[in-house]
Design a binder for this molecule. Structure first.
Ligand SMILES: *[C@@H]1O[C@H](CO)[C@@H](O)[C@H](O)[C@H]1NC(C)=O
Ligand SMILES: *[C@@H]1O[C@H](CO)[C@@H](O)[C@H](O)[C@H]1NC(C)=O
Ligand SMILES: *[C@@H]1O[C@H](CO)[C@@H](O)[C@H](O)[C@H]1NC(C)=O
Ligand SMILES: *[C@@H]1O[C@H](CO)[C@@H](O)[C@H](O)[C@H]1NC(C)=O
Length: 542
């Protein structure tokens, strides 16, 4: 008697599975956020209760790596390829630079469109804007609200570069004059909620919110947040760090509101939420900023762990083993195949990428198949770094070694208020879904995710401009003990590996600034100067 009933249930289930909508993919990209700028890594001065709630109920990506700087990292994220394989390995794209991510590259939103996704970009692009064909709407995004260059002032939405300046905020191809004066993070929050509310839930959604925070703005006032937000961080004595915390807190609130909106629209349960920084933090005044990579060495745009080990979280009800500090080694190039695979796509669609599908190892907590990581090879700086198994080699360094140190703040003192995690926008909905672990578990996860340098390790200096350095990154994540002399064979092996990888590099493609691209020629607006045509004026600019 039971058998036919079972059959019926089974059929019903498989029919449901066939019609199930692919998971929504929500990607929050923070700009210039450091390792020690999230509560879940042990920081007590800043406040990120919404990101923390996702971390504790999802996966803290503890061995997650990005590239050292913005454009290369975004290129890696979009293409699944190391920047040396797209020519994007040296530095950022400037608004007046005639360059973009090569059009021969098929990118993440285009792959997701093949699977039926609706694709939306909110916030920063920074992969080329001198010609229309490089812009987000011509590269797989159905909509874009945000900016094209590397950073904007949070209120006036202008960008200062190379002694010039221009307004940089768009709604698709059109200049979004109406955004002037509105706090950029709030603009993104409202746009994201609008996209979610307007989305047809029987189709899958790819929403990328690419934040301005916590990148510094223009030199006249690099770190801007509403006064009421800055007031909340009076306990931070360094005024720059206080403002930084306010900018960060606004981004955290935005993420919480977007997650809450996904829940309201009944989309959260079938969503994969990714949080990632694009590169390590600009600490100690680097780029006029006040991030912290404590206890890691170096800053943004260096190949030390502080420049490349990224704050990252993966959250989804679809993960089998949740609420853990994931040891799986992962690189930002892995997101493309990982997301595609999680969406039910066949990863044989990818040819010649460097990314590895990590979905099953992350979901089931199985060993990552990634053993090696290329951090970058940049022949302009003459620097390179590579990790194989537990070993990391540095050849050369950036800025002539000026940023090869350890910077704070550490801020391990003070109290971590778990109620704030539970009471935040994200915390509340995560609790409603039944995924929030209890307080003890939260402290246990946080403790595991709080990196400590091993103080018994004997420091051996590294002079990368004189000779390559070698570190055991598992025992010595703080890069204090240079083992190049003790382990000549391993050093040799890694040098050979670096040479091998270097042979696959294509030349870097950065170009001199073009005077024509100066926004002073275009009514103080950053524009697609390479093919601007007055016939298109109504749809492009001015
Ligand atoms: C929503 O999407 C489904 C599947 O593509 C489609 O059949 C339906 O017509 C759409 N609804 C609206 C209101 O557009
Ligand atoms: C902790 O956060 C809650 C809000 O979630 C607040 O009511 C409480 O006062 C905070 N406790 C401390 C010690 O700051
Ligand atoms: C710290 O380093 C010492 C010396 O290399 C080693 O014996 C010890 O096991 C390390 N401790 C931890 C917790 O890794
Ligand atoms: C990579 O190869 C180029 C020549 O093609 C060379 O100039 C450069 O020094 C090499 N870089 C490294 C890190 O070996």
């Amino acid at each position: 008697m039971l058998w036919p009933v079972f059959m019926v249930w089974c059929t019903a289930f498989s029919q449901r599975a066939v019609h199930a909508v692919r998971p929504n993919i929500i990607l929050f990209l923070a700009d210039d956020l450091g390792w020690n700028d999230v509560g879940f890594h042990g920081s007590n001065d800043v406040s990120t209760p919404n990101i923390d709630a996702l971390a504790y109920s999802g996966l803290v990506l503890q061995n997650y790596y990005v590239t050292p700087i913005c454009t290369p990292s975004r290129a890696a994220l979009m293409t699944g390829k190391y920047p040396i394989h797209t020519g994007m390995q040296h530095g950022v794209i400037y608004g007046a630079e005639p360059r973009g991510l090569p059009l021969t590259e098929k990118i993440l939103p285009q792959y997701l469109k093949d699977l039926g996704y609706k694709t939306h970009l909110i916030g920063k692009w920074h992969l080329g804007s001198y010609k229309r064909e490089y812009l987000p709407l011509n590269r797989g995004f159905d909509s874009h609200v945000g900016f094209w260059t590397g950073r904007i002032d949070m209120y006036d939405h202008t960008s200062m570069e190379h002694g010039s300046w221009g307004f940089d905020f768009r709604r698709g191809f059109k200049v979004a004059h109406d955004s002037f004066g509105r706090y950029a993070t709030d603009v993104y929050t409202n746009e994201a909620i609008k996209v979610i509310k307007g989305h047809n839930a029987s189709e899958p959604l790819f929403l990328m919110v690419s934040h301005s925070a916590v990148h510094s703005g223009n030199p006249y006032e690099p770190l801007r947040a509403p006064e009421s937000e800055v007031e909340k961080f009076k306990h931070i004595s360094d005024p720059k760090r206080q403002k930084f915390a306010a900018v960060l807190s606004k981004m955290d609130e935005s993420i919480g509101k977007v997650v809450d909106s996904l829940h309201t629209q009944a989309m959260l349960e079938n969503s994969i939420v990714i949080f990632s920084t694009d590169n390590g933090g600009p600490a100690a005044g680097f780029n006029d900023n006040a991030a912290s990579n404590y206890p890691l060495k170096g800053v943004k745009n260096t190949l030390w762990e502080g420049g490349v080990r990224g704050a990252g979280v993966l959250w989804s009800p679809l993960l089998e083993k949740k609420s853990r500090v994931a040891a799986q080694r992962m690189h930002i190039v892995d997101w493309l195949p990982t997301v595609y695979s999680a969406a039910g796509g066949d990863i044989s669609a990818f040819q010649n990428i460097d990314g590895i599908d990590q979905w099953h190892s992350l979901s089931k907590d199985e060993k990552s198949s990634r053993t090696s990581l290329l951090h970058n090879i940049d022949d302009v700086w003459a620097s390179a770094a590579l990790t194989v198994d537990q070993w990391k080699i540095h050849k050369g360094t950036n800025y002539n070694g000026a940023w090869d140190f350890w910077y704070g703040p550490d801020e391990r003192s003070g109290v971590y208020n778990v109620s704030r995690v539970c009471d935040g926008y994200a915390g509340k909905v995560v609790q409603k879904l039944g995924f929030m672990p209890d307080g003890d578990k939260i402290f246990e996860l946080r403790n595991t995710a709080t990196l400590k340098c091993n103080s018994s390790i004997e420091a051996i200096p590294c002079q990368p401009l004189q000779a390559p350095c070698l570190f055991n990154i598992e025992e010595d994540p703080c890069e204090k003990r240079n083992l190049a002399e003790q382990e000549p064979e391993i050093l040799q092996k890694l040098l050979e590996e670096l040479n091998k990888v270097n042979k696959t590099a294509i030349p870097q493609n950065s170009k001199p600034i073009e005077p024509k691209g100066d926004p002073k020629n275009w009514g103080r607006i950053y524009t697609n100067f390479g093919d601007f045509d007055s016939k298109h004026a109504s749809s492009v600019c001015l």
